[in-house]
Design a protein around this ligand. Structure first.
Ligand code: SF4
Ligand code: SF4
Length: 508
């Protein structure tokens, strides 16, 4: 691909030289009329886009107090400016988080603050012109909503929230992105991001049962729509056949089999991903989440477990309670019915890593760590797990449980450089609804900081496997690793490692 350029890896990463407008040509395809209207948005840019955009901004400011606080409180200290992987990879100053926020903030000041109305030039207030609107589309689609910048902001300003607001305004005026909006439409119509219908899913799962039988001799099942199962597993649809995702699905199935837990997938809710988050739409997020509640009620399950998917876990952990009454929260009759049905001896929802780690601690699984001895493993913390959720009962569980699980199934583990892991982890470069090939150049450049720390542990410690618990990270890394001289097969899920180590059959 001639128009994709990977920056050179450096031993001592520093902030790049400024390259104004370097990424001004980068933007995802816009959604067509059909995709927009399927979500209730105008099919194309409306004639009165200016007034409608300002009106929507006012509505969001009224609804989300946090947005107004974020837009009011930045002091332009610059602490965030070199924290964004897209700025580090591209040098485009509009990819500095503060500059990204200012694209919206300047219009906010013009229309919603007195100084901005009286002395716009003095306070950096700007009118919303077509050029500004186009900049919104370009640069709010160069933010993966990873929230790394907010960790370093002394005021805790969350650029991801600003990006979500901007994308919501853009959708409202008929200027949405194809990748996210087409996918949300597929979930509404078919139940998953891939548009995989139930019979095809059933066939795929049957094929996996045959493969695992051949590999292990064990009758590991991949049940679909099984009423009365204890666990409903909601996992990203990429797990059904994409590589390396499917290896983790096989790992989950082996864990359920070994522990004797009855479980099922659902054809109605065959998707854990929830792109409603990416476009900042509460309504879309809720509609997607409700499919999971409907499936749980229909199947009568006692527990809801989420597979390896970063933003899905954020939505499940942080929003499912109020969106759908999964966990505590939600006060409509269906939410109350679900609360009565679920087994509250378990965390609801539960991450698959929590479930497997609990079983490991109880000694319920037979694990052969040596089976992973050909691997020197490192762990990439995924943004939405690291900075927007938790696992287990203790603070920091979202960092410790995945690592404890890796150490339980593999002997050789190495951490990447401090400052690039845990809450300071770098985005893979493809999150937040940007995993689309027309912006591959941005994705490759945005992966630079992670690739630099991976290069370091690969050279010093022989790391040859980077584990991660996010479907987007897996898809993004398998695509961009070769641009930096790595083998794409070196990325995989934690349950891929579990799958290699677990021994099925009677406990020895
Ligand atoms: S949220 Fe992430 S992608 Fe967006 S500006 Fe901040 S660091 Fe960059
Ligand atoms: S760190 Fe916070 S206050 Fe400082 S420039 Fe960035 S967003 Fe503004």
């Amino acid at each position: 691909m001639a128009d994709v350029t990977a920056p050179a890896l450096r031993e001592y990463p520093v902030a790049p030289a400024l390259l104004p407008d370097a990424m001004a040509g980068s933007k995802p395809y816009t959604a067509n009329e059909k995709m927009q209207e399927a979500l209730g948005f105008p099919g194309s840019l409306v004639d009165d886009w200016h007034d409608k955009a300002i009106g929507k901004m006012g509505e969001l400011l009224g609804k989300h107090r946090s947005l107004r606080v974020y837009l009011d409180s930045c002091v332009h200290c610059g602490a965030c400016s070199d924290k964004c992987h897209y700025f580090l990879g591209t040098g485009d100053p509009k990819n500095m988080p503060v500059a990204r926020q200012d694209l919206l903030r300047s219009v906010y000041r013009r229309h919603f603050t007195l100084p901005g109305k009286l002395f716009p030039k003095l306070v950096g207030a700007r009118e919303l012109t077509r050029e500004v609107l186009d900049d919104w589309y370009k640069y709010y689609n160069q933010c993966s909503e990873c929230r790394r910048c907010s960790v370093f902001c002394p005021y805790g300003i969350d650029t991801a929230e600003v990006t979500m607001a901007a994308r919501e305004i853009l959708d409202t005026v008929g200027y949405g992105a194809k990748y996210t909006n087409e996918i949300i439409g597929k979930v509404h119509r078919i139940g998953n991001n891939l548009g995989l219908p139930a019979p095809a899913l059933a066939d795929t799962l049957l094929g996996l049962e045959e493969d695992v039988k051949e590999e292990t001799g064990a009758d590991v099942k991949f049940p679909l729509d099984q009423k009365g199962a204890e666990v409903l597993l909601v996992t990203p649809s990429a797990d059904f056949f994409a590589e390396p995702h499917v290896d983790s699905l096989i790992g989950y199935a082996k864990v359920f089999h070994a522990a004797g837990i009855s479980w099922t997938l659902s054809s109605h809710a065959s998707e854990a991903a929830n792109f409603g988050l990416f476009i900042g739409s509460y309504e879309q997020m809720r509609a997607v989440a409700l499919r999971i509640r409907e499936a749980a009620l229909e199947l009568g399950v006692k527990r809801i477990v989420v597979g390896e998917c970063g933003h899905a876990w954020r939505v499940a952990y942080s929003y499912w309670n109020t969106l759908a009454g999964i966990g505590s929260g939600g006060d409509d009759p269906f939410a109350r019915q679900l609360q009565g049905q679920l087994d509250h001896n378990y965390r609801q929802p539960m991450h698959i890593c929590e479930l497997t780690w609990d079983l490991v601690q109880k000694g319920a699984l037979v694990l052969d760590k040596e089976a992973n001895d050909h691997r020197v493993v490192t762990f990439h913390d995924s943004c939405n797990v690291a900075r927007a959720s938790r696992m287990g009962d203790d603070p920091g569980g979202q960092f410790e449980i995945p690592r404890a699980l890796i150490r339980a199934v593999a002997n050789r583990y190495v951490e990447m450089r401090e400052g690039t892991t845990h809450e300071a982890t770098f985005c893979c470069g493809g999150g937040g609804g940007l995993l689309t090939d027309e912006i591959l150049d941005l994705r490759v450049k945005g992966a630079l900081p992670r690739m630099e720390s991976l290069r370091e542990v690969a050279d010093r410690h022989g790391v040859n496997f980077m584990a991660t618990i996010c479907a987007i990270c897996k898809a993004q890394f398998t695509k961009v690793l070769p641009y930096y001289g790595f083998n794409r097969a070196m990325v995989g899920g934690i349950h891929q490692l579990v799958s290699t180590a677990i021994r099925l059959g009677a406990k020895q």
